[in-house]
Structure formats: structure tokens, C-alpha cells
Design a protein around this ligand. Structure first.
Ligand code: AMP
Ligand code: GLY
Length: 429
């Protein structure tokens, strides 16, 4: 079987690595990939949001399954275009992926299906938005409707700050992405990420994960894509997961299928564990990064039957067999630490030599997934992005997974990079 993995981050390196281990798979193709993914299978330098070129590439390679990693190609309609040509795709349609690409769309669907989430207002008119703000109490949660590279949510403590933010967003702060905004009630609690594999009917719940969004130790500083993660997250008890399943995932998946936009792929549910139970913070139409790295590392079995069945249907029927093949019951605690370029998530330099990646990967139980990396003219590994490496490890316990991940980190020699030393502080003993 030939499988194409779309994307170039640590998430996609982990997916490609895991998929390559399947006995069902002969070859993995990566688009556009990165130097880490290049060691898994050939990389093709095509922009995944360029639907025309992507169709041409897929017609050349004829993969048995296309796995879409990031949100941008989904929002651009890649899954629809490839499905229309008869290819099997792990990744929701453009319409279904609006769960991520339009916060207002997601909020309206949750209201329709009676899914617990923060109360909200949705606005395209500045005066109406400002009037609504006055009826709310602090802190104020202001969200750009569209995709804003993870920066589209601002939490304001004062009314004045909130008014300024609303005005900035609605007058072009994130271009088109913030011409419409959502203003939300603030939810108090601990956050966790739930990942559901679905074909629009059946569902497989992966172990819950937690990531660290802030750049600084103690969860301080600016928001990032994620500086580290671990799974399973003990805050998500079996009882809580059951509530997420019955109150959130099932009504959403069933409702979307009934509304003629079946969701096929991985549904990422960001929840707040509040005093009143789990509430939705956000949906994403893809795996989290770096949560995907710990999920792929921790699953001992074969992920391919699950991915394939999400694309082709029949998940409910094959559920038991597919979860057995994945080794879901034997999931190994896992952790990942992100090594990022100094300055990230603001300006940073690229092109600095990184040494010790092979040594880190040689530590027992450690895998190094590459994200923003490149090779220079002499073939040396250099930095080429903000988040650069995800040093990932499994262990018999979460503590052991953290120790091993940091043992891996210690082998990496990259003066231009930094990492948080407190990943997993909530659960480390
Ligand atoms: P989002 O992109 O919607 O996940 O928002 C980014 C981050 O903002 C979340 O991970 C939360 O930490 C925070 N956030 C978003 N919405 C709320 C809310 N209604 N109440 C409290 N925190 C929120
Ligand atoms: N790690 C959070 C995300 O992928 O959105």
C-alpha cells in the first residue's frame, strides 16, 4: 500500500514514521515534508494548498490513502478535490473542516446540537459587537472567526482593552480572518485535548493529551503552537471521557452526518474541565501538534487500519478489531519536549547548525520528530522555523517518559534554541 502524508511539521513526521511501520505499507510519500520525513519516504516540493498541483501529483503517485496533517489544505478543499477523483482521504471536507476554520460556524453548530460550550455572540458589525461587550463581564474572550495561525484569540481583563481589541480585529488586524469575530464567556478550569478518529458514524477515542501553549516556564508568556505535551492526561478520567463522548462528540458527529457534512478524519476537541463538567473551548479538524507526536509514539500497534477506515467507512463495524490492531489498550505513557528557535513565537533566526539529533534519537525509548529543519549545502541539519524538534519518549509511567525525553534533549547541541524544562509539571512527581 502507498500512503501520502501531507504537511511538514513534527506532527506529520510522527504520522509518517508511524504509518511506515505498518505491515500494510510499502511506501510513504511526503508533501512537502522535511529532512526528518525524508528518511521515512520521498518528499515532493508541492504546496498542499495548491489544489491543482496537488491533484497532478496524486494522479502521478496514485496513493491508496492520503493523510492530511494541517488545517490549511483542508480549508482550501484538498480532501474534496481528491475524493472527487476517487482517492481515499483521511481528513474532513472543506465544509466539515469549518469546525476549525470558522469559530462562528463551530459555535452555531454547538448551539444547534446543544453541546456544552461558553455562551457567545457572533458579529460582523463593530457597533453591535461593542454594544454586546458592555453587557458582558470580565475577563472578555475575543476571537477572530477565521484561521489566524493560532494567534486569533485574545483574553482581555478590562472593558477598555476589550473594546480596543474588538476594534483592531474588525478593522483588519488579521485581515479577512477577523472581519467577523466571536465574543465569548470566560471559562474557568483545566484544559485538555481529546482526539476522536471517525468516519462520520463510528468513533475511536484516543488517550487524552495535554499540551503547554505558553512559551515560558510556569505557563507564562506568549501563546505558541505548543511547547510540549503528554498522554494520557490523568485529568481526563474515564467518567469525564464518557461525558465528552455523550455530551460532545456523539451529538456532533451524528448531527454533522445528518446535516450532510459527515466528518471523516480526526476530530480534535479542546475542552475546559469546569465545575459544571466538560465544555468545548475549540474544535480543530486535525491532530494537535505536538499532541500527535505523543499519540503516535505511545500506540504500540498499527495505526493504518484506523486511518484507512475513517476514510472509507465501516469504523463502527470494525471497531474492536481496529482498536486491537492499534494496541489502544496497551497505550504507553508518552511525553514530548519541543526545542524551538530563540525568539519564537516572535522573530527568530534560521539556518543555525543543530548537532546531536542522532544521539538523542539513540536514547532508548526516544524519537526525535523534526519540524522546522532543513539541510544546508554541506548536508548539515540547520534550523528553518520556530518549532524545530519534538523530542519524544515513551516509558512505563509518565515520569519515566519525561525523564527519557529530557535525556534526549540533553544530547541536542543547538545554542540558538531553547526548550521548557517544566513540561508536564501538573503530573510530574
Ligand atoms: P482557541 O484557539 O479557541 O483554543 O483559544 C486559545 C486559548 O485561549 C485556549 O487554549 C484557551 O486557553 C483560551 N480560551 C479560548 N476560549 C476561552 C474561553 N471561553 N474561556 C477561557 N479561555 C479560553
Ligand atoms: N497544540 C495545539 C494545536 O495543535 O492546536
Amino acid at each position: 500500500m502507498k500512503i501520502m502524508v501531507i504537511g511538514s511539521g513534527g506532527r506529520e513526521h510522527a504520522l509518517a514514521w508511524k504509518i511506515r511501520q505498518s505491515a500494510l505499507v510499502d511506501e510513504v510519500f511526503c508533501v512537502p515534508g522535511n529532512p526528518g520525513m525524508d528518511s521515512v519516504g520521498p518528499c515532493f516540493d508541492v504546496d498542499p494548498t495548491d489544489i491543482q498541483n496537488m491533484q497532478e501529483l496524486v494522479l502521478q503517485i496514485v496513493p491508496d490513502l492520503v493523510v492530511v496533517g494541517p488545517e490549511a489544505p483542508l480549508a482550501a478543499g484538498l480532501s474534496d478535490a481528491l475524493r472527487a477523483r476517487g482517492f481515499d482521504v483521511f481528513g474532513p471536507s472543506q465544509r466539515a473542516s469549518q469546525l476549525e476554520s470558522s469559530k462562528g460556524f463551530a459555535k452555531d453548530l454547538m448551539a444547534k446540537y446543544d453541546i456544552p460550550t461558553a455562551a457567545y455572540g457572533r458579529f460582523t458589525d463593530l457597533t453591535a459587537a461593542l454594544d454586546y461587550l458592555e453587557t458582558q463581564s470580565p475577563p472578555y474572550v475575543i476571537k477572530a472567526d477565521g484561521l489566524a495561525a493560532g494567534k486569533g484569540v485574545v483574553i482581555c481583563q478590562s472593558l477598555e482593552e476589550a473594546e480596543n481589541e474588538v476594534e483592531a480585529m474588525m478593522t483588519g488586524k488579521f485581515g479577512d480572518a477577523s472581519s467577523e469575530i466571536v465574543i465569548e464567556e470566560f471559562m474557568e478550569g483545566e484544559e485538555a485535548s481529546i482526539f476522536v478518529l471517525t468516519d462520520g458514524e463510528g468513533a475511536i477515542y484516543l488517550p487524552a493529551a495535554q499540551d503547554h501553549k505558553r512559551v515560558g516556564e510556569g505557563d507564562t508568556g506568549l501563546n505558541t503552537g505548543g511547547m510540549g505535551a503528554y498522554a494520557p492526561a490523568p485529568v481526563v478520567t474515564p467518567r469525564l471521557l464518557e461525558l465528552v463522548q455523550t455530551l460532545i462528540a456523539e451529538p456532533l458527529i451524528t448531527g454533522m452526518t445528518e446535516d450532510d457534512m459527515p466528518y471523516q478524519g480526526v476530530l480534535y476537541i479542546g475542552i475546559m474541565v469546569t465545575d459544571q463538567g466538560p465544555k468545548v473551548v475549540e474544535f480543530n479538524a486535525r491532530f494537535g501538534d505536538p499532541e500527535c507526536q505523543v499519540l503516535m509514539a505511545g500506540l504500540p500497534g498499527d495505526i493504518v487500519p484506523a486511518l484507512l477506515t475513517c476514510a472509507t467507512g465501516g469504523l463502527a463495524l470494525g471497531h474492536r478489531q481496529i482498536t486491537d490492531m492499534m494496541g489502544l489498550q496497551s497505550f504507553q505513557p508518552s511525553a514530548t519536549v519541543v526545542f524551538a528557535a530563540n525568539g519564537y513565537p516572535e522573530a527568530y533566526v534560521k539556518g543555525e547548525v543543530i548537532r546531536g539529533v542522532d544521539e538523542a534519537g539513540a536514547v532508548e525509548g526516544v524519537m526525535v520528530f523534526q519540524a522546522g529543519t532543513d539541510l544546508d549545502d554541506t548536508g548539515q541539519l540547520v534550523s528553518n522555523g520556530g518549532r524545530v524538534l519534538a523530542i519524544t519518549a515513551t516509558g512505563d509511567t509518565l515520569n519515566e517518559a519525561f525523564s527519557k525525553a529530557y535525556a534526549g534533549v540533553n544530547h541536542v547541541d543547538w545554542p540558538g534554541g531553547f526548550y521548557r524544562r517544566d513540561i508536564g509539571w501538573r503530573v510530574r512527581q
